[in-house]
Design a protein. Sequence first.
Length: 206
Amino acid sequence: MSLSQRLWRENQDLAREARETAFVRELADGSLPEPTFRGYVAQDAYFLEAFTRGYALALGRSPDREGLRDFFDLLSGVLGELKLHASYAARLQIDLRNVQPDQATLSYTDFLLATAALSDVGETCAAITPCMRLYAYLGQTLRDEQTGSSPYQEWIDTYAAPEFEDLAQTLERLLDRYATDNPRVAAIYRRAMRLEVAFFEAHAPT
């Protein structure tokens, strides 16, 4: 079993916890209030900008040509994800220009950027990989469990798509290539997973 496979397996409890948050449950069945989704889109766009910077820092520190290529592809992928958020913003009249991050978003972005700025490429991969793998897991799980359509179908389809799974697998290969199998890497991965759960919990419908 590869390092990325083992870390994902060891964090299944948090993956299930994310799946069972009120935000994800109501997004899946279509009952999520639109104002709640608008708030999530704004916060997630802010987070994705930090995610992009994390990729850029990892790209700049890549020790080989393969890393440069793969991080460039991942950077392109997250820029495409930001286009999705821009389309949501246009339809739902969300102003993404001056988003003020809430505490859950800020905790996550501070952790991500500090890791990318101060740690090596392998540890940066450990901080970034959980987001991609968890979103792929959620998209695929919600698609497979669906009994009808949801007004948030585009969200489900985006993260259930084979193209997104390919990006998650690319990042996992980078984690396997560059990270050392040690307690610090495992702790960074689990910290990122906990921050993902906290991010979804912060967007619980009121």
